[in-house]
Design a binder for this molecule. Structure first.
Ligand code: MG
Length: 391
């Protein structure tokens, strides 16, 4: 599914730690509750909406909060308790999709694209999550919905507290345009000031600004930032449930005795598993090659990558060394089966939006795009072509 047509939900509990305290201790309800470090250098973790009326905010020094709100109730965090409640909240997420990316104890992205057919439109799913959290925990969650992470999170933020809002591709520009540029994801203080110097104060002005002029001030991040300002964002929801291994193998009708042909199959397998890993947002460290000689003598050879990867060239370089080394040692082997798998997964590192893009990564991305449009195997590396006609 193209990244822009997904249904993403962002859920964030309202004043989570403070709400748990108010729920557990009814005498605190309606009071200004501040949870955080209470020592001289402590900072506020969370405060109730009653405390926010006094100007108290999270990440503020507790000393400053005490000046603003001297009659507030100040509490140390009880992380174990919050973790228990968090588990109940995440159970509610997993009832609608396995595609859950937790951002903290009380915040997550959910990709519900595959759940729509079964559970109904995104608003129905969003409402179900909100109700189910309230029922299980007695706590209020804000829910934002959108075609990508950027817009889902923004919908949540704009409707808090007790939020429930959907931003669609259709109304995205109108919702974004009047907001201050500092609200845009990736725009920090320094960038915000640079934009202000250009006379750009709103996200709408950023989207409309001449790209060359913007690039003069911000360098090559200008284009990516304008895409965000238009509400475009292709980051995937990186599910927390990591798989054991991704593999591809082939049993040959005729045993393969030709190293070049075996290499061709190896590359084809590497393309397939690397694409699957990228699709699921995973990178693996361990490459395993499986080799079976007739009738059923199976060998496996394994090696580690320097860093976890989902790149065809990196996985293939290791797999190829394993195959060639084995081949030489065996003398004149024949292969009944050849397989490659990737395991030892770490979550793919957050994509470096503005970093350089190595040529190989571009090749992988182009291949993914064409194959998702025209069907798996539409675009393959030249080295794979020898395996054609044997399907
Ligand atoms: Mg929260």
């Amino acid at each position: 599914m193209p990244p822009d047509e997904r249904s993403i939900i962002h859920v964030d509990m309202d004043a989570f730690y403070a709400s748990v305290e108010q729920r557990d201790r009814p005498e605190l309800r309606g009071a200004a509750v501040i949870v955080g470090g209470l020592g001289p250098r402590g900072v506020v973790s969370t405060c109730s909406y009653e405390a926010r009326r006094f100007g108290v905010r999270s990440a503020m020094p507790t000393v400053q909060a005490r000046r603003l709100c001297p009659d507030g109730i100040y509490l140390w965090p009880r992380m174990e308790r919050y973790a228990e409640v968090s588990a109940q909240v995440f159970n509610a997420f997993h009832e609608v999709t396995p595609q859950v990316e937790g951002l903290s104890l009380d915040e997550a992205f959910l990709d519900v694209s595959a759940s729509l057919r079964l559970l109904g439109p995104v608003e129905v799913i969003g409402r179900r999550i909100k109700d189910s959290i309230l029922e299980r925990t007695g706590l209020v969650a804000s829910v934002g919905m959108g075609p990508n992470k950027l817009l889902a999170k923004l919908a949540c933020e704009l409707s808090k507290p007790d939020g429930f809002r959907r931003i669609t591709r259709h109304n995205a520009a109108g919702e974004l345009a009047p907001l201050p540029v500092g609200r845009l994801w990736t725009v920090g203080k320094v960038t915000e000031q640079a934009l202000h110097r250009l006379g750009i104060r709103t996200i709408g002005e950023l989207a409309a600004c001449d790209t060359l002029r913007l690039a003069g001030a911000l360098g090559r991040q200008a284009g990516a930032m304008q895409a965000l300002a238009r509400g475009e964002d292709d980051r995937r929801v990186e599910s927390d449930q990591v798989e054991q291994s991704i593999g591809a193998e082939r049993t040959f009708d005729v045993d393969v005795a030709d190293l070049a042909l075996a290499q061709s199959w190896l590359l084809r397998h590497c393309e397939r598993i690397a694409a699957q890993a990228r699709h699921r947002g995973l990178s693996g460290r361990t490459v395993t090659v499986k080799l079976r000689e007739p009738p059923f003598v199976t060998h496996t050879r394994q090696a580690q990558l320097g860093t976890p990867s989902a790149s065809v060239s990196e996985i293939h370089a290791v797999a190829r060394r394993l195959l060639e080394f084995w081949w030489q040692k065996q003398g004149q082997p024949r292969l009944r089966l050849l397989g490659v798998s990737l395991s030892g997964f770490a979550e793919a590192p957050q994509r470096d939006m503005f970093g350089t893009t190595p040529r190989e990564r571009v090749a992988d991305q182009v291949q993914d795009r064409i194959n998702s449009r025209f069907g798996s195997g539409s675009l393959v590396r030249a080295g794979v072509l020898r395996t054609r006609g044997q399907d």
